[in-house]
Ligand binder design. Structure first.
Ligand code: NA7
Length: 538
């Protein structure tokens, strides 16, 4: 270990969410010195910031948790099938305390620049508080959905009411009682927030650009016997999750090989169970548009039966992307909310927002007077948090320049020209498509093993090779192109950010397939990576 007192560490970690905390715990166990920088005033990452009403995880709580400590998984008690944000944040804080992690974290501090010094083969970082530190390794645990984005609508800055983004919600909460509230955005965040906001606000106007598919979660209190049973089988559940991500009932049948009645029966059965399990009803739904049409039609039928006003129901029926190609949403009473007299839906495809004024939102000739505007408009996903830091690798190469035509990585974990810089849940990895915690744990284990390997062999640095990276980029693209995913204008493709290169960023593979690829490469002495020995002294 290096002398940490002088601001020199073995490992610098950026971000103290699920990824950063686990990485810190891991490198500490290896006897290394580490420092974590976190922009927020406490741990939690997305669960620290996303405090909007209705915020909840759409992976079941018993699965959306760390597996690295069996004591932790046995002692923590979840109260709901799908945990709400405050409970997940309590869990993360509990982890920070239980493993005494806070003492190595600097809060309220953003990393501004990270520069690889070729002379010393170390990363030099400068924070927005003018702190300078260095690390042999730099781990980006800065989140794939953390760089929030306000919509680029003319006049937004002139609005005299309150403006919120779901991903940067005030800690003290917001009282919408008696207010006219607008929501822009109907992705996962909007679809969770809208039913909750409709109960609080005097009037709620939803501005929808793209109708989205949402499945009821049927959230409920977690029965103690269910939890106990699951905990007694945790070992088996976790090993399966390491292969498949989240445990669903995966089907080996194709939708187009069964009768209409069998299909409808299966969709109904899964609808009644709720959640993302619904989209795994058949094995061809994400690769065959005709198969996908059957499940999409089923959901459109549900929307039409739930929403009383047929014009509103029509507007809510997604028609421009196959089901599941934008992240499927899981809700609590979303479609029912449009039957409330205080809720109005505005279809921006018919009447786009032309401006925001001091008093409200204008869609052509129509003005919607508002006291508050909630932007559930998403993130500069996967690359935003990284590119917000001025990162320079070899020869002063900036990550912004290197990724100008889209992110390029090897295994999603490293990018050529940036030695000893690891990325957790980055572009080119499957993490955002699977249970994020399972993805994070795989990355953390791989990075930890990699650092140990280097130490054992007295190697100074590891770096992705250009050729291996090129093959990985092609491999990730080819995998996506075999599916329906590229048909939607989603954040997976960067399509939500005007001008962002249109590249399908996540790796569409089961986490088990990816895990094996990563392990095989490591066991083959890090095939495709360039390993550099400690430089000889002059
Ligand atoms: P998403 O899924 O990116 O959703 C953002 C929503 O905001 C989506 O409906 C967008 O419409 C809409 N949007 C974005 N910009 C605008 C503008 N300028 N005008 C109107 N509407 C706009 O973000 P979320 O926070 O809901 O969810 C992110 C992930 O977190 C989610 O996938 C889960 O993995 C957890 P669009 O579809 O682009 O037409």
């Amino acid at each position: 270990p290096i002398n940490a007192a002088a601001g020199a560490y073995d490992v610098i970690i950026i971000g103290a969410g699920f990824a950063g905390l686990h990485m810190l715990h891991r490198v500490r166990a290896m006897g290394l010195t580490a420092r974590v920088f976190e922009a927020a005033d406490d741990v939690g990452g997305v669960w620290h910031w996303n405090r909007y009403p209705g915020a909840r995880c759409d992976v079941e709580s018993l699965q959306y948790s760390y597996s690295f400590s069996s004591e932790l998984e046995q002692e923590w008690v979840w109260t709901e099938k799908y945990a709400a944000q405050p409970e997940i944040l309590r869990y993360i804080k509990h982890v920070a305390e239980r493993f005494d992690l806070r003492r190595d974290i600097t809060f309220n501090t953003r990393v501004a620049t990270a520069t690889f010094d070729e002379g010393t083969a170390r990363w030099q970082l400068v924070t927005d508080t003018h702190n300078s530190v260095s690390g042999r390794f730099c781990v980006m645990a800065s989140g794939s959905l953390s760089a929030t984005r306000l919509p680029d609508i003319p006049g937004l800055e002139n609005f005299s009411g309150e403006i919120y983004h779901t991903g940067a919600w005030p800690h003290e909460g917001v009282d919408f009682g008696g207010k006219r509230v607008g929501v822009i955005g109907t992705g996962s965040s909007g679809i969770q927030a809208i039913p909750a906001l409709a109960k609080q606000a005097e009037k709620l106007v939803v501005f929808q650009r793209t109708a989205n598919f949402s499945i009821p979660g049927w959230n409920e209190a977690l029965k103690p016997e269910v939890q106990q049973q699951w905990k007694s089988e945790y070992h088996e559940h976790r090993s399966r999750a390491r292969q498949v991500g989240t445990l669903y009932e995966f089907s080996d049948k194709a939708a187009l090989q069964v009768t209409d009645e069998q299909r409808t029966h299966e969709y109904q059965r899964r609808w009644d169970k709720g959640g993302v399990n619904f989209v795994h009803a058949f094995n061809d739904l994400m690769v065959d548009k005709n198969a996908n049409d059957t499940i999409a039609d089923f959901v459109r039928g549900k929307i039409r039966r739930t929403v009383e006003d047929p014009t509103v129901a029509d507007m809510l029926c997604p028609i421009d992307h196959p089901l599941g190609t934008k992240r499927i949403c899981v809700d609590t009473g979303y479609y029912e909310t449009y039957n409330r007299p205080n809720v109005k839906l505005v279809d921006l495809k018919q009447t786009p927002i032309t401006a925001v004024s001091a008093t409200g939102v204008h869609c052509g000739a129509s003005e919607y007077p508002l006291d508050a505007l909630v932007c559930a408009t998403g993130y500069d996903a996967l690359t935003g948090a990284l590119l917000n830091i001025d990162i320079r690798g070899r020869n002063g190469l900036s990550l912004v320049d290197k990724w100008a035509a889209g992110p390029r990585t090897y295994l999603g974990l490293m990018t050529a020209g940036f030695p000893n810089m690891f990325i957790i849940t980055g572009a080119g990895s499957p993490s955002v498509l699977v249970n994020m915690v399972v993805g994070i744990e795989q990355h953390v284990e791989w990075i930890g093993d990699c650092i140990s390997y280097l130490a054992q062999r007295e190697l100074t640095s590891i770096e992705a090779g250009e050729e291996a990276e090129q093959h990985w980029v092609e491999h990730v693209n080819a995998a996506a192109n075999k599916t329906l995913f590229p048909l939607a204008n989603s954040w997976f493709l960067g399509a939500n950010i005007p001008g962002k290169p249109r590249v399908f960023m996540p790796y569409v593979a089961k986490i088990g397939v990816y895990r094996k690829e990563c392990t095989d490469i490591a066991e083959d002495d890090y095939r495709g990576f360039i390993l550099t020995p400690v430089p000889a002294l002059d």
